[in-house]
Write a new protein. Structure first.
Length: 342
């Protein structure tokens, strides 16, 4: 079977007749100019040094090289082989805590931005997996459904901040419930939820949510963000927060700390792992490896691959150009013996 992998390049073959016409026109024009240049004998002597046959051969070689280059650019393919393509992948829902406590600056630049950086690295490492995003605080919703469009996922991730939520606080149970529900229509094998939070759960129902996730065969990895020591909670994000902290009704500075206990318990009961983002930690490299190692085969199909043969035409074109360079366009001049004697 024969085909072209880049058929539109065959239009380059139109250059061959165009160049031939230009050569014919230029040759005729040159002869006409020479005829008007001077006497017939002088013109004949000038022309005698040009090997007309060789010049025509040189032009034929150039035209042939152009034609072969056109074929090479069109990527001729003939000869086939059958390959089995397998795609590995998992469905991963990442639930990101966007409560106000994530503005704490115990890690740079703050908990929320550092978490988004680490999640972005996970997305960049994915290959064949689908990823979705859940935003949560006192409530939770799907920010991005499962998708293999990693560029779109990165765009939705960048827009996640506390302004998305009408209810503040941290409801881990709601985050787990929404993430698990987003995986309902996916195959039961290797459903993964990743919860990224500082772990300060202000609501109830966590035990029931964990049990429902385990029953649905969802593995939950938890990621703690921040330090276990209490730090003041900024009153706003960025430069506006410098020296300004949230206070309670009695005027005391509100502090926030990473609660690892609940996060470790969630991971333990669902077959996942607990990881931490903070000073002196290596980020989420281990979590990425765990996701990559657990991939299931989501697609397997046989495809017919055509063998590329453009090299043959490219090589022949180069040989023609080399030949054109070697073939002389003029006759070798022979020294004449002077007929005059002194």
């Amino acid at each position: 079977m024969f085909r072209f992998g880049a058929g539109p390049w065959l239009w380059a073959l139109a250059l061959v007749p165009l160049l031939a016409v230009l050569y014919w026109y230029a040759s005729g024009r040159s002869r006409a100019l020479l005829d008007r240049f001077g006497e017939h004998d002088l013109v004949r002597r000038l022309r005698s040094s040009v090997n007309t046959t060789a010049v025509r051969w040189k032009m034929a070689l150039v035209l042939g090289a152009v034609a072969l280059l056109g074929f090479a650019l069109a990527r001729p393919q003939f000869g086939t082989r059958v390959e089995t393509l397998r795609r590995q992948g998992q469905d991963v829902m990442v639930a990101l805590d966007v409560s106000n406590s994530m503005y704490a600056e115990d890690i740079a630049p703050n908990r929320l931005e550092r978490a988004k950086i680490e999640i972005g690295r996970i997305i960049q490492r994915l290959d064949g997996d689908r990823i979705g995003l859940v935003a949560f605080a006192g409530d939770a919703f799907v920010q991005s459904p499962l998708t293999a469009d990693y560029g779109a996922a990165m765009m939705f991730l960048s827009a996640m901040d506390p302004t998305l939520m009408s209810t503040q606080g941290t409801d881990l149970a709601k985050a787990i419930t929404v993430a698990v529900e987003a995986l309902e229509d996916t195959p039961a094998e290797n459903r993964i939820v990743v919860i990224v939070t500082d772990g300060e759960d202000h609501e109830g129902g966590l035990a029931e949510a964990i049990a429902a996730a385990a029953e649905a065969e969802v593995t939950i990895h938890t990621v703690g963000v921040g330090s276990v020591e209490g730090v003041p909670l900024p009153d706003a994000e960025g430069m506006e927060a410098r020296g300004r902290f949230r206070r309670d009704e009695q005027g005391n500075v509100i502090t926030t700390r990473l609660n690892e206990t609940s996060l470790q318990d969630i991971a333990l009961q669902t077959g996942g792992e607990y990881h931490r983002i903070g000073l002196g930690t290596g980020g989420l490299a281990r979590l990425v490896e765990r996701i990559e190692d657990g991939g299931r085969e989501v697609e397997s199909r046989e495809v017919t691959q055509f063998e590329e043969q453009f090299q043959i035409f490219l090589g022949a074109a180069l040989l023609m150009l080399v030949a054109e360079f070697i073939v002389p366009g003029r006759r070798r001049s022979r020294p004449r013996m002077s007929e005059e004697t002194t």
